[in-house]
Design a protein around this ligand. Structure first.
Ligand code: PLP
Length: 446
């Protein structure tokens, strides 16, 4: 006979039957499997912690985004934002779905080329492009999105030196009602700087102006901000056509769509407040279609959506290391994954869930990572059941920015495992080891 599980007694206010702001109390959510594979088996095979990426979720999310735009606008092209998650396997799935590459450094540019992306299907953004990077981009016929006048002058110099034309667009920053305004990238719309940049480019015979770009910010929940951005770029598009009799090929609205994660300080969960792809598509398409642009000259609409396309596809599996009480009596728990792997825990209240039925009773808990570092707090406050040492947990919606902004600190970075469409697992980035890390070091004292 199995003995009954011991549960520590707990005094808590009775709220049974009384709705809180989200209605009646709900049962603790559990994530026991991912794409049909049990969490316990994944941890047994790949260790704890482990990042899991679902190919199925990537593809369905991407197809959903495409459908939302393509049913409203005739020419749509997504370009995968490399910095959001540039693991080769992840980028290859997006490219296989038809996405181009959006890169912000020479490193990312070369990564895209190495994955077989044609140079003419790479959008090259970012404030840091060296002469070497620009030369590479020109030689590969990439779309260079100019960020500032100094880059423009450098580009003019290089095209003359190598006697080649460059395909360019400008990045435009603007007031879309989102504050603080992201005015550090690109040329400003309202003060005439963007128009001035267009004029200078049109004067240079080596520069072929083909598009206009903006990226108004990130986690933008206002669809009307995108409508304003699309309207302002459409105005520049028409001004260019009127003055130079030149039709640009594309308008690029950048990234920035919110994911379903919950921002710290938000009153409602992100799953309730995040606009759908349909909402964003409606706002952007309406603005361009109803602008002055004649329909026979409608530009291709580029989108560089990052977090909204990949966040849901990523999970982090982790294990409870210890339970503690703080000096104030507050319940705390230590898990084996810390903020060095979860950069997004700084701005999101990440969803942490047990992988099995633990208990119905929850208590306000702080979840710490394993680092010997005071800031290693994965969740400051979360209602969580009494998990035991060794219990396995799942952190959801970690596909965006964690696997690029993570840092090697105190421990090794873990395996990243892809679950493919057939439910087979593949390590797509190996867990680090002493040797791999030391291979970068040179010790003159040994
Ligand atoms: C980071 C970035 C993106 C992706 O942004 P998300 O907010 O993740 O959608 C797109 N375009 C540019 C230029 C970026 O810097």
């Amino acid at each position: 006979m199995e003995t009954l599980k011991y549960e520590k007694p707990l005094i808590s206010k009775i709220t049974a039957g009384i709705p809180n702001k989200f209605g009646l109390p709900v049962k603790q959510k559990i994530i026991s499997e991912i794409d049909g594979l049990p969490v316990s088996e994944l941890i047994e095979k790949y260790d704890s912690p482990t990042f899991i990426i679902s190919e199925k979720t990537i593809r369905t999310t991407y197809q959903e985004a495409r459908r939302a735009f393509e049913t409203r606008y005739p020419k749509v092209q997504f370009a995968w934002s490399y910095k959001t998650n540039y693991l080769d396997a992840v980028c290859s799935i997006f490219h296989n779905e038809g996405a181009w590459a959006e890169v912000v450094s020479g490193f990312e540019f070369q990564k895209a080329l190495s994955l077989g992306v044609h140079g003419s299907q790479i959008l090259f953004n970012g404030p840091e492009k060296s002469a070497e990077d620009l030369t590479l981009a020109i030689n590969h016929n990439a779309c260079i999105h100019i960020d500032h006048f100094d880059e423009l002058y450098l580009l003019i110099q290089i095209t003359r030196k190598i006697n080649k034309k460059a395909r360019v667009a400008i990045r435009v920053n603007m007031d879309t009602g989102i504050y603080p305004m992201w005015d550090r990238f690109g040329f400003n719309y309202e003060n005439g700087e963007a128009w001035n940049a267009i004029n200078r480019i049109m004067l240079d015979e080596n520069l072929d102006l083909i598009g206009l770009h903006t990226h108004i910010g990130t986690y933008i929940m206002s669809t009307s901000a995108y409508a304003i951005a699309a309207t302002k770029l459409s105005n520049l598009f028409m001004a260019t056509s009127r003055k130079f009799d030149h039709w640009l090929k594309y308008i690029d609205l950048g990234g920035g769509f919110a994911s379903k994660n919950t921002l710290k300080g938000a009153y409602m969960p992100g799953t309730e407040t995040c606009p759908s792809f349909d909402d964003y598509a409606e706002a952007i398409s309406n603005a361009i279609i109803s602008s002055e642009i004649p329909h026979e000259h409608l530009p291709v609409l580029f989108l560089e959506t990052g977090r909204a396309l990949i966040d849901d596809a990523g999970y982090l599996l982790t294990t409870v290391l210890a339970n503690k009480r703080s000096t104030t009596g507050r319940r705390t728990m230590v898990i084996d994954a810390g903020v060095n792997l979860l950069f997004t825990s700084f701005w999101y209240n990440l969803g942490v869930y047990p992988s099995m039925d633990i208990s119905e009773y929850v208590e306000d808990t702080t979840i710490y990572g394993p680092l010997c570092m005071n800031i290693d707090v994965v969740r400051e406050a979360i209602n969580f059941p009494q998990a035991k040492v060794g219990d396995q947990l799942v952190i959801e919606r970690v596909g965006a920015y964690n696997m690029t902004q993570w840092m090697q600190f105190i421990t090794y970075r873990p395996n990243v495992v892809l679950i493919d469409l057939e439910g087979k697992t593949h390590i797509i980035r190996k867990k680090e080891e002493l040797e791999s890390l030391q291979s970068f070091e040179i010790n003159p004292k040994k």
